[in-house]
Ligand binder design. Structure first.
Ligand code: ADE
Length: 250
């Protein structure tokens, strides 16, 4: 691999990665399209790290720059998500096997969820990167689970793999999350960027993978749960998972 692109939407979702890169050596900062890109060495892996901000357009624009301007030849996204399937709880970790845009509907011209003229609704995550992310998440959960449980009052994290769905909507109601469960029974988690990144990476033949920690369960309690998780906990998870993943990759 020449250079790994590492993205999150918000700074709390990146953890201490940029500080780690600065401590390890020189980091070049490039400003482009209202974003900063940090080019350097991340736990032994040549990397370019950036924050996409929230939503599918922001994510697509950012990953496009990672590929074309910064020559990333693989991309990993880390962040938080709402749990959708009933057994996916706050504090759990979800590694995507596939991603889909739940708000994409060009019917009756194309089947619901299908990306027009690409002939597909689901985009596979790269199996090798996803296996490494899942192994890193498992190791993080085993090493830190009891500490996380006592420090943050969450259950010891479980690691799930499967479908993550993305859309330009923060899901925060019982009706909203139930509608997703009914329409897409295999959806584990919902967020606002992953499937956009997976589509752009697919179009360019760039492998990508997505790991998400569950900050809320996409119901009426989601806004408060999301805010609390993001402020207090998200960085600990991202730092713990990314450091193990990058050391295994490097
Ligand atoms: N990211 C984290 N929680 C989410 C939710 N409930 N809906 C959409 N994106 C999210």
């Amino acid at each position: 691999m020449k250079r790994l692109g590492i993205m999150a939407a918000l700074p709390q979702e990146l953890g201490d990665l940029i500080e780690q890169m600065r401590a390890a050596g020189q980091v070049r900062t490039v400003t482009l399209g209202a974003r900063e890109y940090y080019v350097g060495d991340a736990h032994g892996v040549p990397a370019v790290v950036t924050l996409a901000r929230i939503g599918k357009v922001a994510a697509a624009a950012t990953v496009s720059a990672l590929i074309h301007v910064f020559e990333a030849d693989a991309v990993v996204f880390t962040g938080v998500a709402g749990g959708v399937r009933a057994d996916v709880q706050v504090g759990d970790i979800v590694v995507a096997d596939a991603l889909l845009q739940h708000d994409l509907d060009a019917s009756p011209l194309f089947p619901r969820y299908e990306v027009p003229l690409l002939d597909r609704a689901r985009f596979d995550a790269d199996a090798t990167l996803s296996d490494l992310l899942a192994a890193a998440a498992d190791a993080f959960a085993a090493d830190e689970g009891p500490t996380l449980a006592s420090r943050f009052g969450v259950e010891e994290p479980r690691v799930h793999r499967g479908l993550i769905v993305s859309g330009d909507r923060f899901i925060a109601s019982h009706e909203g999350v139930n509608a997703l469960r009914d329409a897409l029974p295999d959806a584990l988690a919902v967020e606002m960027e992953g499937a956009a990144i997976a589509q752009v990476c697919y179009e360019h033949g760039v492998p990508c993978a997505v790991v998400r920690t569950i900050s809320d369960t996409a119901d009426a309690a989601a806004p408060a749960s999301f805010a609390e998780f993001l402020t207090a906990i998200a960085a600990t998870y991202s730092s713990g998972i990314l450091s193990r993943f990058l050391r295994a990759l490097g």
